[in-house]
Design a protein around this ligand. Structure first.
Ligand code: CS2
Ligand code: MN
Length: 358
């Protein structure tokens, strides 16, 4: 296992590489060029500058996140071939600088979605990301975009690029009538085009699940459950076609048995990396993000880490969203303190599981 941390770059992150390097057991970054629009090529120079900076801080940069897929690829409309060519150039460019895994998602229009990014947890006064479908019901897509922007304290949020959100109404119209099967067909077209390049340059693609794990605003979502993940693995049968097992995203649906999914897909070599985050269910389609500790949420972190230890021991981990604690201000979900606690806790679980299994 390699423990990593998401980092948005010097200009965009409240957390420094030096701070990340000082978290015990931290080996690297899951990197992100947050200023790139979906569909843009990530150039050699941009990647080199980012990777050099990470290396200079004594960290690795083997995983890159959110190379976002252009909506035209998801919708399957003609300009997609040009965007796929760009995507392939980005894959090749990332490979040149030692990137081994690329995390992406295939969610129409929205990436993860919450109705409140700064919800106070009554028990301890910390804040975390919160979702309530009843609250969402009263809002339209534009309202949620505005609310998310207002909640984000001026920080960019992964998957909420301003260019994409500006096109929102237009894009939503174009999606009208799209079915899950149609979206899956477009997904296959994308995978068939990029997989030969991934195999050639040794890059693994890891698809992030939908978050929350059900359709929103009538848009289809196809990365939600064990059956979905297994279908995606079959869309293009290659060891480079893997999943980013995000426990918080899948865990938004309590029916998902995450340790069991990890065991099956991990043993099949189809887990490219893990995002570890805990969820506290508060009602039907209503939850908040909890600290990583099992007892503060509804996910069993011991069983999750044990499943990964047994099924895919060489995988990359990172703590996913954390709460805001100790009066920290920063990007919602991406402060230093709670994610550092999460990493340390996961490392502790791993050490215990590993030693007891010998
Ligand atoms: C992340 C996602 O914030 C998160 O939950 O895990 O934004 C993830 O990076 C993207 O969906 C990957 O494309
Ligand atoms: Mn995630």
């Amino acid at each position: 296992m390699k423990m990593t941390f998401r980092w948005f770059g010097t200009k965009s992150d409240s957390v420094t590489l030096k701070q990340i390097r000082q978290i015990p057991g931290m080996t690297g970054i899951m990197g992100f060029l947050d200023y790139k629009a979906a569909g843009d090529v990530w150039s050699d120079e941009e990647i080199r500058a980012y990777v050099d900076e990470v290396h200079a801080a004594g960290l690795e940069c083997e995983v890159i996140e959110s190379v976002n897929v252009h909506e035209d690829i998801k919708m399957g409309v003609p300009p997609r071939d040009e965007y796929i060519r760009n995507y392939i150039t980005t894959i090749r460019n990332l490979a040149k600088y030692g990137v081994k895994v690329i995390v992406y998602n295939f969610m129409p229009v929205f990436d993860w979605l919450r109705t409140d990014l700064n919800r106070v947890i009554p028990e301890d006064g910390s804040t975390s990301l919160y979702f309530d479908e009843a609250e969402l019901g009263a809002m339209g897509p534009l309202d949620i975009v505005r609310k998310t922007a207002a909640d984000s304290r001026g920080f960019s949020l992964p998957g909420w690029e301003p260019e994409r959100m500006a096109e929102l109404e237009n894009t939503l119209e174009q999606y009208e009538g799209m079915t899950g099967d149609h979206l899956r067909k477009n997904f296959k077209y994308f995978l068939d085009a990029i997989m030969p390049v991934c195999e050639e340059c040794g890059v693994t693609m890891a698809c992030h699940p939908d978050d929350p794990a059900w359709p929103l605003f009538g848009l289809p979502r196809i990365v939600n459950s064990r059956a979905d993940l297994e279908q995606i693995a079959l869309l293009h049968d290659s060891p480079k076609n893997t999943l980013c097992l995000c426990t918080g995203s899948l865990g938004s649906n309590p029916d998902n048995d995450i340790p069991s999914i990890i065991r099956t897909l991990g043993a099949a070599g189809r887990i490219g990396c893990l995002h570890i985050r805990n969820i506290k269910h508060l009602g039907h389609h209503r939850f908040r993000e909890a600290s990583h500790l099992s007892s503060t949420g509804d996910l069993d972190m011991f069983e999750i880490v044990r499943a990964a230890h047994d099924a895919c021991p060489d995988v990359y981990f990172r703590p996913d969203h954390g709460r805001m604690i100790w009066d920290e201000t920063g990007r919602p979900g991406y402060g230093l303190y709670d994610r550092a606690l999460g990493a340390t806790y996961i490392n502790g679980l791993w050490e215990a599981i590993d030693k007891l299994s010998r």
